[in-house]
Design a protein around this ligand. Structure first.
Ligand SMILES: Nc1ncnc2c1ncn2[C@@H]1O[C@H](COP(=O)(O)OP(=O)(O)OP(=O)(O)O)[C@@H](O)[C@H]1O
Ligand SMILES: [Mg+2]
Length: 288
């Protein structure tokens, strides 16, 4: 077990702003656009000169590599289970986006062993020093471990559509995460907003509920419209931001990324022990 000296070193790096911002992309209801958000948001961050890693946490059913038009040889599971080297499972697209695939075609739920969790921690120790942003695209069927991972990251981006069911499910998810770590920074994005709807209305309702019932401040990053270019881009296996840079949705995505980069994220994790510390705590708590 690594010790306090290391936690201190990580804290120091963090306060010097040398470690990544780690962000989980979550939703209540599935299928609301998390994976498409992750790949396009990543490219909007790249456009600002940032280095970005996407980790597809939908292990066995991941689709980040499909959205990026890549066929990686290895996935996160190969690193965790088959002892593949980390550099073997990190892929790079021609646009310079780095990602670790969740792999596809497997539907057995991963049983996390102590060794796998240790390997996950080792991987993130390395990734945290290498990238400006690490995005975790969370799968629809959240396993116990993936929920614990959410709890460990510094920031959460919640994606919700404007449907009442999506909003109430998003609230339940945010409340669940908040009750485990009240320091976390929550950012919200409304997706698939129709013409004539007030763009941020859905997330404003979420913001209001978080404030009123949990006394928790949250941040609105903005909204993305319902746009047929998303479907076209999925078929073409290229991010819409690259295929249709002038589409309204691409412009909104760029502005969401700018807002996000400008958002003061450091307040939450200065007092805490950061991602690795939390991950390790979860690990020790869970395993005794
Ligand atoms: N703004 C949008 N306009 C039109 N279609 C969209 C938009 N956002 C997402 N979609 C469509 O919604 C579908 C689901 O998107 P995506 O796979 O990104 O959701 P998800 O939240 O990652 O799903 P899961 O929970 O299964 O992982 C896609 O087929 C995509 O074409
Ligand atoms: Mg997805």
């Amino acid at each position: 077990m690594r010790d306090q000296a290391e936690t201190l070193r990580l804290k120091m790096l963090k306060s010097q702003g040398e470690l990544s911002r780690s962000i989980a992309i979550v939703s209540g209801k599935g299928g609301v656009g998390k994976s498409n958000f992750s790949t396009n948001f990543a490219h909007a961050l790249l456009a600002q000169g940032k280095t970005v890693m996407i980790v597809d946490m939908d292990i066995g059913m991941g689709n980040i590599h499909i959205l990026l038009g890549m066929a990686p040889r290895y996935s996160l599971k190969d690193y965790l289970v088959s002892n593949e080297e980390l550099h073997e499972v990190i892929n790079e697209t021609s646009e310079g986006l780095h990602f670790i695939s969740g792999g596809s075609g497997l539907d057995n739920v991963l049983e996390w062993s102590k060794e796998m969790f240790e390997r996950l921690i080792q991987a993130f120790e390395y990734l945290q020093q290498k990238y400006d942003f690490i995005l975790f695209d969370m799968g629809a069927g959240a396993t116990q471990r993936s929920i614990e991972l959410i709890v460990a990251v510094d920031e959460i981006i919640v994606i919700s559509t404007t449907e009442p069911t999506s909003i109430t499910d998003a609230y339940s998810m945010m409340k669940f995460i908040y009750l485990q770590d009240s320091d976390k920074t929550f950012h919200m994005v409304s997706n698939r907003v129709s013409k004539g709807e007030e763009g941020n209305e859905a997330v404003k309702r979420l913001q209001y509920a978080m404030q009123k019932f949990l006394d928790k401040e949250t941040k609105i990053l903005g909204f993305l419209p319902e746009d047929p270019t998303v479907h076209k881009a999925v078929i073409a296996q290229k991010p819409f931001l690259l295929l249709f840079p002038n589409a309204p949705i691409s412009k909104r995505m760029m502005s969401i990324a700018e807002t996000f980069v400008g958002a003061n994220s450091s307040e939450g994790f200065k007092q805490g022990e950061g991602f690795l510390g939390k991950l390790r705590n979860i690990f020790t708590k869970g395993r005794g």
